[in-house]
Design a protein around this ligand. Structure first.
Ligand code: ADP
Ligand code: ZN
Ligand code: ZN
Length: 709
């Protein structure tokens, strides 16, 4: 072949099941450095690709068949080594094709631009005001609290990663901003990434950062933007123009050549885990990326994930001290009297008439608030927990006899199934413990609660004698664009007295006149088949409690109400004491005993098929084949022996659009062993799927570090 041909490995978004996990070989007339964005032919189309590496001249067969790079995207700087290393890691760790992960991390509009259009966009990016200018009028900075000052000092002096464990309202955001300011001051090019769980819910954060650093320095990155805005923000980050990137989980994949600080706010939030495609955890990737590029990482939360909590246990406490824990227990302006958090009150629902949705004492307490012109916030549990059966008379629940887990009620075939060990039984006709025939799923009837609420609250009146105004905020009521903001603005303006909603309303809002927060049916999460449900519940309730009494003048009367059948449950006891550490420690003991994360590592292998049998048969054979094949490889044997394979079970939501879904849990105390085995399973799975016996398989996927099993 001609000597002036250059051979390149180019990452392209190959279809999920093509089985091509590695970059493809192309020929180019020019040498193109790794990271260059190119357009290349793929099948009958021309697609966007990223040059991954230069290759030596391939074998003659490939020399003939390899196709030619169609062109570059103009003057765009190549994606740097760090970014490519991050993509490679994410693809490897989350068991997806490199091209899929890398291309999904780029703004969609890049795929459609020609070089001329690209040049125009770039000019626009560079043409905007110089971002290093500080805003003209700086608001005077507040004096830091002692806790904030201490935390900042350690962030400056130590390398981290840091777990900023700070109560709601303790001034974590102020710490992020000061750390950011210092980073920017130290290096004229430094860039900062701030991740938040849901940017739509936190416009305040954007406002605070732009106020402090100037709108020109800050760009946002989230799925609510138009394709043009996404591209503009991405280019600003990639060219170094943007000094601060505020983003949802996708932000962690942004190209930021001068990244020096990463903040992950509300690091415990489940929305950091992507739930389709490459199911990455943005929090975990943030920590990895920080180490990769030498950027400091701050994870912030009032209720850290148990993973981060465990990692931040100091060596004196018998932990590994992998993260530096920085505690800020005091609310700003809390004064001498404690943490400034509301008082927790529990209503024992087993002493209320059956079917009570809002107990009389709670109703009265809400009425008192409304009459005083204050606001109340009523929290409903989101639906969608895998259902667990329960007897209202004797409190029996569908526990698995072999695991510390609740078995899930599968309506389709009326079975109870353990999602850990697979143990399955028919649903009993009556309570196995007391014989009561009226057994049902925990939390049944919450759907009607909302209608009922309006009726119950209708007699209440406001200080001026007008009727109470109730508003509801949840996924249904906020579907329209901007409707959440409108509704929240009404609450802030005091046009709403009682706000009813799901967990959406507990996050990040600053409702100054709320003096009562009530959890209407929190027990549903307490007894869930999802082992992380108690952790979520605690975090949700504490966060919700943080909504109350933000206004110091009325905070003395702030209360958090819990309606529960288990008033003395350790979770509620810890909540009453606002004691996250004791809750976390008790949970960690349970997790250790049950062999659950963070003490073991999990992966789910999922399959979808025309029938449940086909999906399960596929998973079963995959496990068997993997054990056989890997068992013959002496190098793989130690890893294989560290793996527990559980039997396939139907997923909690077992059938979607006539497709049956099954899953299989794979577990190991060793993350490295799990990784090795999963990677070795990839070719086996690809092969198995094309085998004649598994024609019915629609697709399969792996979920590494799944949120729920
Ligand atoms: P968090 O992020 O921990 O919930 P914030 O950073 O939002 O807390 O701080 C809570 C409130 O206290 C905000 O209104 C903030 O402006 C204010 N605040 C933060 N730090 C200080 C300080 N050092 N002095 C006075 N007010 C502060
Ligand atoms: Zn019973
Ligand atoms: Zn079990």
């Amino acid at each position: 072949m001609t000597s002036d041909a250059h051979w390149l490995a180019v990452a392209v978004a190959t279809p999920a099941h093509s089985g091509i996990g590695t970059p493809l070989t192309y020929r180019s007339a020019q040498p193109l450095p790794p990271g260059t964005l190119v357009r290349v032919p793929l099948g009958s189309r021309e697609v966007l690709g990223v040059v991954w590496s230069a290759l030596p001249e391939p074998e003659p067969g490939l020399v003939k068949s390899a196709r030619e790079v169609a062109g570059t995207l103009g003057d765009l700087a190549p994606l740097d080594d760090h970014w490519r290393a991050l993509m490679a890691f994410a693809a490897r760790y989350y068991q997806r094709a490199l091209g899929e992960v890398a291309l999904a991390a780029l703004p969609p509009q890049l795929r459609t631009l020609n070089p001329t259009q690209m040049a125009r966009r770039l000019k626009r990016t560079h043409g905007s005001k110089n971002s290093t200018d500080a805003p003209d009028e700086l608001a005077p900075l507040k004096e830091l609290s002692q806790e904030q000052a201490d935390a900042l000092l350690r962030i400056e002096q130590e390398s981290g990663p840091f777990l900023l464990f700070g109560t709601t309202g303790s001034g974590k955001t102020e710490v992020y901003m000061r750390a950011a300011a210092r980073t920017l001051a130290q290096d004229a090019q430094a860039q900062i990434l701030v991740l938040v769980p849901e940017i739509n819910l936190t416009p305040q954060l954007e406002a605070r950062f732009t106020e402090r650093f100037g709108a020109e320095s800050v760009v946002s990155m989230h799925s609510g933007l138009t394709p043009a805005q996404r591209l503009a923000g991405w280019l600003a980050a990639h060219t170094g123009q943007a000094r601060i990137v505020l983003g949802t989980r996708m932000g962690v994949l942004a190209s930021m050549p001068h990244l020096a600080l990463i903040v992950v706010d509300e690091e415990h939030d489940p929305s950091y885990k992507q739930q389709e495609g490459a199911r990455y955890s943005a929090r975990d990737l943030a920590v990895y990326r920080g180490r990769l590029v030498g950027a400091k990482v701050i994870l912030g939360s009032a209720t850290p994930s148990l993973e981060s909590w465990e990692r931040s246990r100091s060596t004196e406490e018998g932990g590994l001290g992998r993260y530096v824990r920085l505690a800020m227990p005091q609310r700003i302006g809390a004064g001498e009297s404690g943490s400034g958090m509301p008082r927790v009150r529990r209503v024992d629902m087993s002493r209320q008439p059956r079917g009570t949705s809002i107990s009389p004492p709670l109703l009265q307490a809400i009425g008192e608030r409304v009459e005083r012109g204050e606001q109340a916030l009523l929290l409903l549990n989101r639906r969608g927990y895998a259902p667990v059966l329960h007897c209202g008379d004797c409190d029996w629940k569908s526990e698995c006899p072999y695991c510390s887990a609740y078995r899930v009620f599968h309506k389709i075939d009326r079975t109870l199934r353990c999602h850990h060990c697979g143990f399955t039984e028919r649903v009993p006709r009556a309570c196995p413990s007391c014989g009561n025939v009226d057994i049902g799923t925990i939390g049944r009837g919450t759907e009607q609660l909302e209608e009922h609420l309006a009726e119950l609250l209708a007699p209440l009146t406001r200080p001026d004698g007008t009727p109470v105004r109730v508003a509801r905020i949840d996924a249904d009521s906020t579907r329209g664009k901007g409707s959440l903001e409108t509704q929240l603005a009404q609450v802030h303006a005091g046009e709403v007295d009682v706000l009813v909603g799901t967990q959406m309303i507990a996050k990040g809002h600053d409702f100054r006149r709320v003096t009562l927060v009530a959890a209407i049916n929190p027990d549903t999460a307490l007894f869930s088949s999802d082992f992380r449900a108690p952790e979520r519940l605690f975090s949700l309730l504490l966060q919700a409690a943080g909504r109350a009494g933000r206004d110091a003048a009325i905070s003395a009367s702030s209360e958090m109400w819990l309606q529960t059948h288990h008033p003395f449950h350790p979770l509620y006891e810890a909540l009453k004491a606002h004691d996250y550490p004791s809750f976390a420690d008790s949970q960690l003991i349970e997790r250790a005993q049950a062999g659950l994360p963070p003490f073991t590592h999990l992966a789910l292998l999922r399959a979808e098929a025309r029938s449940q049998e086909a999906a399960q048969a596929f998973l079963k054979e995959a496990a068997q084949t993997a054990k056989n094949v890997l068992g013959e490889d002496s190098e793989m044997l130690p890893a294989l022996e560290a793996i527990t394979w559980y039997p396939p079970v139907p997923m909690a939501v077992q059938r979607v659009a006539n497709i049956e879904r099954a899953q299989m849990l794979i577990e190991s105390p060793s993350r490295a062993a799990l990784q090795r085995v999963l990677t070795s399973c990839q070719p086996i799975l690809h092969q198995l799927r094309t085998a004649a016996d598994h024609r019915g398989i629609v697709r399969w996927a792996m979920d590494v570090d799944p949120l729920a099993v």
